[in-house]
Write a protein that binds this ligand. Sequence first.
Ligand code: ZN
Length: 45
Amino acid sequence: MGYKCTRCKQKVEVDYEYTGIRCPYCGHRILVKERPTTIKRIKAD
Ligand SMILES: [Zn+2]
C-alpha cells in the first residue's frame, strides 16, 4: 500500500496499517493513501 506524506511529499511504503502510523522521513503523522496508477479517464467524445 502506498502512502504519501502531506508535509515532505515523500512516498511511504506501508505493509500494513496500524495505529500511530507516521512518516519515517520527517515524523509527520498525516499520510494520504496514493491511488493506484491504473485509473483511467473516460472521455465523453
Ligand atoms: Zn514526511
